[in-house]
Design a protein around this ligand. Structure first.
Ligand SMILES: CC(C)(COP(=O)(O)OP(=O)(O)OC[C@H]1O[C@@H](n2cnc3c(N)ncnc32)[C@H](O[C@H]2O[C@H](COP(=O)(O)OP(=O)(O)OP(=O)(O)O)[C@@H](O)[C@H]2O)[C@@H]1O)[C@@H](O)C(=O)NCCC(=O)NCCS
Ligand SMILES: Nc1ncnc2[nH]cnc12
Length: 310
């Protein structure tokens, strides 16, 4: 691997880690952990997320390197996914050591490794491109087939342990797997447009991040919401609340901000935590930063949007 390719893998991973941290610290985020709240969680706070995100960064870089290497010798997408799975399990083990056994970023690891690998591949293309739609489509190409097989296998299992697996068997809700299989429609159709629209209106990073969160919450089939109470109405309720927040102007109006403050209390009372939307939010920010900087140095120099919020 050349020095330039090493630099690219580092920059991709740095932007991904920045995005995971930006998601975690931003507020108000009903039910989620932030810099000012532990949301619906009694077992983790923002410092748990800081430790977890920094532990995961080397695995994001390793995934980007796998993508860069794959783009050269074409090891084949099934082999690449198998290597990412092994990396994902090691990253999860590292996360659990860093958090004392708490699941902060299981979904963020899964999504981030696949997207970092896809971004590694596109970075080696003729244009060195980092177009979000190209990266998301490629990510779906890497993981789609094995994930569709996982869903088929779930229907044959007698003992389903994971929430996502149960949701698929009971209601055919595909959750995180569906997002990847379909090439991240929630990000491309909702998350990225709302994030960029907020930034273009002059919003600071925190405001744009939270506006994007509500945009994602309004459409995502987030099976995390089923962890505490396996009732699919929790998904539709969360989507309806997010839509209402957007209709009232999101963080851009006093009415929207007042409604969101009420949601924070309501989600804690109902023990709702939209962790899946939080994962997709982090991925949205990373795709935006990659596109802004075409895989070059992202966080090492003042960014138009990041320094805007400083
Ligand atoms: C492929 C897997 C990730 C699938 O895992 P699983 O079968 O367990 O599926 P789910 O339970 O449905 O989802 C797992 C996590 O994925 C996030 N998520 C859920 N829905 C979506 C969605 N629609 N879009 C995107 N992401 C989604 C979510 O993760 C986040 O929430 C977790 C924190 O919330 P919390 O409520 O605290 O969760 P818990 O602590 O578990 O509950 P409590 O104890 O607090 O009550 C955190 O993980 C966030 O990231 C879901 O939790 C899995 O099979 C897998 O990882 N496989 C191995 C690795 C692999 O295959 N890698 C391939 C390439 S890397
Ligand atoms: N900020 C956050 N709070 C709770 N769960 C999460 N999963 C991902 N980000 C999260």
């Amino acid at each position: 691997m050349t020095a330039s390719q090493q630099d690219t893998s580092y920059s991709l991973a740095e932007a991904m880690t920045y995005s995971v941290l930006a998601e975690a610290v931003s507020w108000p985020s009903p039910g989620l952990v932030s810099a000012v709240s532990t949301g619906s969680h009694g077992d983790m706070d923002i410092y748990t997320f800081l430790r977890s995100a920094l532990r995961i960064q080397p695995y994001y870089q390793a995934a980007a390197r796998l993508g860069i290497e794959e783009s050269g010798d074409r090891t084949g997408r099934e082999d690449l996914f198998r290597m990412l799975q092994k990396l994902g399990r090691r990253a999860e083990a590292g996360m659990l050591r860093a958090t004392g056994g708490v699941n902060t970023h299981k979904g963020t690891i899964f999504l981030g490794l696949i997207l970092c690998a896809a971004a590694g591949i596109t970075s080696q293309g003729p244009s060195g491109g980092a177009e979000p739609q190209d990266i998301c489509r490629l990510a779906g190409g890497i993981a789609g087939s094995p994930l569709r097989k996982q869903l088929t296998d779930i229907l044959k299992e007698t003992q389903i342990t994971s929430t996502g697996g149960r949701a698929y068997r009971e209601w055919r809700i595909r959750g995180i797997r569906g997002e990847v299989i379909d090439g991240f429609p929630s990000i491309l159709q909702q998350g990225l447009p709302s994030f960029r629209s907020a930034l273009d209106q002059g919003a600071d990073m925190r405001t744009a991040v939270i506006h994007c969160l509500f945009s994602l919450m309004s459409v995502v089939q987030d099976t995390t919401l089923l962890n505490r109470d396996f009732d699919r109405a929790r998904i539709s309720y969360t989507q309806a609340c997010a839509l209402e927040a957007l209709d009232r102007g999101s963080l851009f109006t006093s009415e929207g901000r007042a409604y969101i403050r009420k949601l924070e209390q309501d989600f804690q009372l109902r023990s709702l935590s939209p962790g899946g939307s939080a994962d997709l939010l982090a991925m949205t920010v990373a795709l935006h930063l990659w596109d802004e900087h075409q895989g070059g140095e992202v966080c090492g120099e003042p960014l138009r949007y990041v320094c805007h919020s400083s």
